[in-house]
Design a protein around this ligand. Sequence first.
Ligand code: PLP
Length: 387
Amino acid sequence: MNTYARLPVAFTRGEGVWLWDEQGKRYLDAVAGVAVNGLGHAHPKLAQAICAQAKTLIHTSNLYQIPKQEQLGTKLAQLAGMDKVFLCNSGAEANEAAIKLARLYGHNKSIDSPAIIVMEKSFHGRTMATLTATGNRKVQAGFEPLVSGFVRVPYNDIASINQIAEHNKNVVAILVEPVQGEGGIQIPLPAYLQELRRICDSHGWLLMLDEVQTGIGRTGSMFAFQQTGIVPDVMALAKGLGSGFPIGACLAKGIAAEVFKPGNHGSTFGGNPLACAAALATLEAVDEQNLCKQAAEIGAFIRDGLSHQLAGTAGVVQVRGAGLMIGVELDRPCGDLVKLALAQGLIINVTADSVVRLLPPLVMKRDEAQQVVDMLAPLIMDFLARK
Ligand SMILES: *Cc1c(COP(=O)(O)O)cnc(C)c1O
């Protein structure tokens, strides 16, 4: 169906941070399939794990025990310091699980019409519940009636949540991204998540983090929340988890981990042996290659490089980021930059109309990062000078 305005390029092969198109032209990939290909392209360990599992067993069913799923669930719970894991196939599904979990948690407390606090400029997916939770009218328009049970507040604003807490007794949870991705790489104040944790604890609400984009090393730690000293009650993962193989996860801790009972939720494909093998190989490679630390270092290197080269350029509002989640906010819409960069062999993204977004593979090395900076900075300067 006509759901995508696609760029006029088809890639046929990749290796590390590089992609090649049908004409054999080479591109430096600074988007990684939108924060998905953390291990870059054609990672030998991932390819090997997928091939070996495909030759053994691809799918059985959640009617039966699945050892690979138990391994992955145990590994994820250990890494996050959480207790239980539900596996699905995408970010939207991981958030759907979180939303259902929060509602059931509310009903168990005799709250018949549970509400979830969500943020302006957020993105949580394209299913009916997750597009309702999303703070972007473009994602919602035309799909009304939306789902009830969401209350919206500005991102990074504790006061408005305190206000809601005073008069709305139906709130059961807060759903929030530690760094807003689609919203334009919006980074909250350092104490924001800690404040949310404190509010949730004092009201008996669940703190539910959407780490679909920030998770699996992207911001310089395995999960973004690990830089804040708090632990959420619920966390959604997807994008980087399978480094390109579709898989999502909803993790829960403590009381939240006991909410779902057999029959409350499910997925035919979720947690099949092949997807779990891909995710396990991804987690192993992230660990073996020290990719969280590398993401922090290379991310800072790219931000410094761009800040330096763009210093004093009129029209550049801010260079910001966390690890390899980098945004360059301009003072005008800049979607055209994507095609200009593509013509020069550089893959970038623009989100929230005026923010150049970089989400490079976690395996990006310093010399490759330097090339991103050296190609992108002049492109931005030319673009701003021309208009
Ligand atoms: C991409 C994204 C989603 C949706 O993931 P899908 O796999 O496309 O359903 C949800 N939340 C965040 C923060 C995302 O970046």
